[in-house]
Design a protein around this ligand. Structure first.
Ligand code: TMP
Length: 206
């Protein structure tokens, strides 16, 4: 495919959404065609599934339902938005993609990795990000940045849950060094943004 697929990952409150947006703005200013999107979400059907997933009223949702809904959202998003944009040569930036499932539903909710991998291949049509930025931060610090009264169903999980999610992301980064760039989320927004731009400029110029 002609375009470049960039994803941002990390625990709650790590600052990845801010960084994803800053990168999208930067690339647009330099004349690139960018699709800026998120998971769960993107097209209408996927955004509707997002509502179900994050709704605090759905506290009884079991892990199997959760993983299938993330995958359902992802397959629609990938087919309707991401693949067509990449075929048109756009840079696609997604705030989260399938690594979030490996970290949240795998490392934290304990769904078996081989089941997640099989469902991922099905939902993504085999598409993989070209570059993934992990904005890494200890769970205590990330959670402290979130207003508890506004927290969604996943954000309300325990500190221990979010520690497992962080460990899950770090493990993927270790296993997939070619794709992953780990950034220290404790640095300032500007410092992190500059590091990201440096990496992207190197990659695009290649
Ligand atoms: P957000 O807070 O980055 O918008 O992401 C929505 C929530 O969904 C966040 O708590 C992480 C969670 N999530 C999963 O548990 N599995 C997934 O596959 C994805 C994409 C997100």
């Amino acid at each position: 495919m002609k375009g470049i697929f960039i994803t941002f990952e990390g625990i709650e409150g790590c600052g990845k959404s801010t960084q994803a947006k800053l990168l999208a703005d930067y690339l647009q200013k330099t004349g690139k065609e960018v699709l800026f999107t998120r998971e769960p979400g993107g097209p209408k059907i996927s955004e509707e599934i997002r509502e179900i997933l994050l709704n605090n009223a759905n506290a009884e949702m079991i892990p199997r339902t959760e993983v299938l809904l993330y995958m359902a959202s992802r397959s629609q998003h990938t087919s309707e938005w991401i693949i067509p944009a990449l075929k048109n040569g756009k840079i696609v930036i997604s705030d989260r993609y399938y690594d979030s499932t490996i970290a949240y539903q795998g490392a934290a909710r304990k769904i078996e990795r081989n089941i997640i991998d099989m469902l991922t291949t099905f939902a993504t049509f085999g598409l993989k990000p070209d570059i993934t930025f992990l904005v890494d931060l200890p769970a205590e610090i990330g959670l402290a940045r979130i207003e508890q009264k506004d927290a969604d169903r996943l954000e309300r999980e325990s500190l221990d849950f979010h520690k497992k999610v962080r460990a899950g992301f770090l493990k993927i980064a270790e296993q997939e060094k070619d794709r992953y760039i780990v950034l220290n989320g404790a640095k300032t927004v500007n410092e992190i943004h500059r590091e990201i731009i440096k990496k992207i400029d190197e990659k695009i110029r290649k």
